[in-house]
Design a protein around this ligand. Structure first.
Ligand code: MG
Ligand code: ZN
Length: 350
């Protein structure tokens, strides 16, 4: 049988190994979902309480482990943890979008915006809180809320924001910066501004799940519906902020409710990404919190018996679940800063 010349050529390339150079399939959009303080066990507790189902487990076939230590501490805080994702640099605990020597570092959101992509953040904490702040602000201390709120207001890369913390912002400054402001989930769904800040409530800190309602799911899909209009693509950071707070308080019910709320948002996002086919979804954590282990099953409350060995963060590496084009790059064990490097490479930002 005569072998067509093109097939012969391909066979030759394979034989010489040239066809095996690894080039990841590149996504158009990246959605980074951060479960603050969410170790392996927090999500498994949610899975158990949901009767053995978790959207994240169903979708995420690629799993890796992220080592979370900060520049100056074996145990990171959320500021240094998020700065590792946003800038690719390990920094000192408490620092926002800055290196250990206090120099401002360009964040992935800022790089994406400069290349014409749309950018945003959806969270269940106050918007100047450490995790969202690390993508849109540059300050030596996470405690500088008024300054962080000003940075966010003046950062053109902060195109669509959903979360709490209204009392920290000057609404006249926000309006001057071109923001269309909405308060409450209903109003958010009607907010059609080019640049928008959607406060989910009027409090400094949004209420815990399930009391605050599906603000994370609805906020995530609202942001995606706006951001996905950009033909060049988008970068969105979504945070289940309060899983960490439940664990700090060693509050089993709150930790589980937050893990389920986060998974519900992840389910919506993953379902959208499945249809879109050009979006990479990465689901991870900045660190573990509470040193959580499960010691049995509580048949009365239909949830696992949870034992917290700490009221603080721990050094445990955290899982990285990935779905979509480029997901296979996230298998293995690596430093948290590698998440930034991989995302930058995949979006063609370096
Ligand atoms: Mg956080
Ligand atoms: Zn914490």
């Amino acid at each position: 049988m005569k072998i067509p010349s093109i097939a012969l050529l391909l066979l030759c390339c394979c034989y010489h190994g040239k066809a095996h150079v690894y080039r990841p399939v590149k996504p158009k959009n990246i959605i980074l979902m951060v479960g603050d303080g969410t170790g392996l066990v927090h999500l498994y507790a949610g899975y158990t309480a949901k009767g053995g189902q978790l959207n994240i487990y169903e979708y995420a076939k690629t799993i890796g482990l992220s080592i979370t230590a900060s520049f100056d501490d074996f145990i990171t805080d959320s500021a240094a943890g998020a700065t590792a994702f946003s800038t690719g640099k390990k920094t000192r605990n408490g620092m926002i979008g800055m290196g250990p020597d206090s120099t401002s570092l360009k964040t992935i959101a800022e790089s994406a915006f400069d290349k014409g992509l749309s950018t945003g953040a959806v969270v269940t904490c106050e918007l100047p809180h450490a995790t969202p702040a690390s993508f849109y602000a540059h300050r030596p201390s996470r405690k500088m809320y008024p300054e962080i709120a000003k940075d966010i207001t003046n950062n053109p890369a902060a195109t669509i924001l959903v979360g709490g913390g209204l009392p920290y912002f000057d609404t006249s400054f926000l309006k001057k910066a071109g923001y269309s402001i909405s308060i409450g989930i209903e109003a958010m769904l009607k907010n059609t501004g080019e640049r928008q800040i959607c406060f989910t409530d009027t409090f400094k800190e949004p209420p815990p799940a399930p009391k605050r309602g599906p603000s994370l799911s609805l906020g995530s899909m609202h942001a995606i519906s706006r951001l996905s209009k950009n033909k060049k693509g988008f970068f969105l950071m979504i945070e289940g902020s309060q899983i960490d707070w439940g664990a700090h308080n060693n509050d089993s019910a709150h930790t589980i409710a937050e893990a389920i709320d986060f998974d519900m948002a992840a389910g919506e996002v993953l379902q959208w990404a499945k249809k879109d086919k050009r979006t990479l979804v990465i689901i991870t954590a900045d660190h573990e919190c509470g040193g959580l282990t499960l010691h049995g099953y509580d048949r009365v409350n239909k949830r696992p018996v949870m034992h917290f060995s700490s009221t603080h963060h721990t050094a445990e590496p955290v899982p990285v679940y990935a779905y979509g084009p480029g997901a296979d790059m996230f298998s293995g064990v690596y430093q948290n800063t590698e998440i930034y490097n991989k995302m930058m490479q995949l979006l063609g930002l370096r």
